[in-house]
Design a protein around this ligand. Structure first.
Ligand SMILES: *Cc1c(COP(=O)(O)O)cnc(C)c1O
Length: 354
């Protein structure tokens, strides 16, 4: 039986993506050559790259004036590439968790950084009602805080360009891309296998910093080279193309959002109802993708037992991040509603036994 896969990343992908990629690993498009062994300079791979960019633009409805590129180094390399390419004097960071904090640390290497943060309250909410400083080159946000389970579900109307780390909620709702200067993320959560990073960048923001930028770390290099300045991660890009096809076939990001609302609502309702559990995030900031919860104080010692219990029901990946403990259910696009139902059922059955 298939497992209920709640891993945070790498994580569940559509069966279609896995099967099509497995086929291509044996025989890429009937060429008799494995995708792993095919030159990225061959026109058959060119077609994959172009198609992936085209589908990306289609799914997110990306307006003219933006480039889509695929890079190595993970979202973590973007923490440094963003300020290196965009930060002239000062940047504004919304510090909403571990990843935002890491991004901010890199920016400080390149200029002044000001922040608004929910750190004093252990990142249990997304700050609201703050002023976006107009004297900054950009504002950096982390749309979904994969570790703490908060999520920004709106597009900011910002007087300065918005840069967003969307690693763990890309394609889970429509985005108004025109309200962003740059959108990036590691692919291994809602798009593909690990190994590729996507960047959507508004072209007019580039070329404005004075510092020298190493060739490989300059967005322009990869835009000009159609993401093939050097050897791109061919297998993850192929898998991304398949996931994008799947999203379109299923009804697009609006449909992904509809499902995300249904799945997360079901699970939060059970967390709030069940006497054993409680959520860790304040109302109004709860993530649809990363549902974090713990056991109530008086039941705390049952946590390992519950993890064993769900393991016995073919569920994997429910242990909370090592820095926060408790539980985390990642409800990515490819996770079927039936997996959420199975988890809710397990929570109810465990409650009856304890
Ligand atoms: C997983 C994650 C990262 C780190 O991604 P890497 O590709 O491993 O560098 C960064 N930001 C967010 C929001 C994440 O969820």
């Amino acid at each position: 039986m298939a497992k209920h896969n709640f891993f945070a990343g790498p994580s569940i992908l559509p069966d279609y993506t896995v099967e099509e990629t497995a086929k291509a690993l044996k025989d890429f498009n009937g060429t008799g050559i494995s995708l792993m062994c095919m030159s990225h300079r061959d026109k058959s791979f060119d077609a994959v790259m172009n198609k992936t960019v085209e589908l990306f633009k289609q799914v997110l409805d990306i307006p003219a004036g933006y480039s889509v590129i695929f890079l190595g180094g993970g979202a973590s390399l973007q923490f440094a590439m963003v300020p290196m390419n965009l930060l002239r004097t000062k940047a504004f960071y919304l510090n909403t968790g571990t990843w935002a904090n890491k991004a901010e640390k890199e920016a400080k290497l390149f200029g002044e950084v000001v922040e608004v943060s929910s750190k004093p309250d252990n990142y249990t909410y997304i700050p609201k009602g703050f002023q976006i400083p107009t004297d900054c080159d950009y504002m950096h946000i982390t749309t979904n805080n994969t570790i703490f389970g908060t999520e920004i579900l709106e597009d900011f109307n910002s007087p300065i360009p918005v840069v967003a780390d969307t690693s763990s909620d890309i394609f889970s709702r429509p985005l108004d891309v025109s309200k962003y200067g740059l959108i990036y993320g590691g692919a291994q959560k809602n798009l593909s296998c690990a190994g590729v990073t996507f960047v959507i960048v508004k072209d007019e923001l580039l070329g404005k910093v004075d510092r020298p930028i190493p060739t490989m770390l300059n967005y322009k290099t990869h835009i000009d080279g159609n993401s093939m300045f050097n050897t791109p991660p061919v297998v993850p890009i192929f898998a991304a193309m398949k996931t994008l096809e799947w999203i379109i076939n299923e009804g697009g990001v609006k449909e992904m959002e509809r499902r995300a609302i249904i799945k997360s609502t079901k699970l939060y309702e059970e967390i709030d109802r069940n006497k054993l559990f409680k959520g860790t995030v304040q109302a109004g900031s709860r993530s649809r993708m990363s549902v974090c919860f713990v056991m109530n104080e008086e039941y705390k010692d049952l946590e390992p037992k519950f993890l064993d219990f769900v393991k016995g029901r073919d569920m994997v990946g429910l242990k909370g991040h090592r820095s926060v403990g408790g539980f985390r259910a990642s409800l990515y696009n490819a996770l079927p509603e039936a997996s959420v139902d199975a988890l809710v059922q397990a929570m109810q059955d465990f409650e009856k036994q304890n």
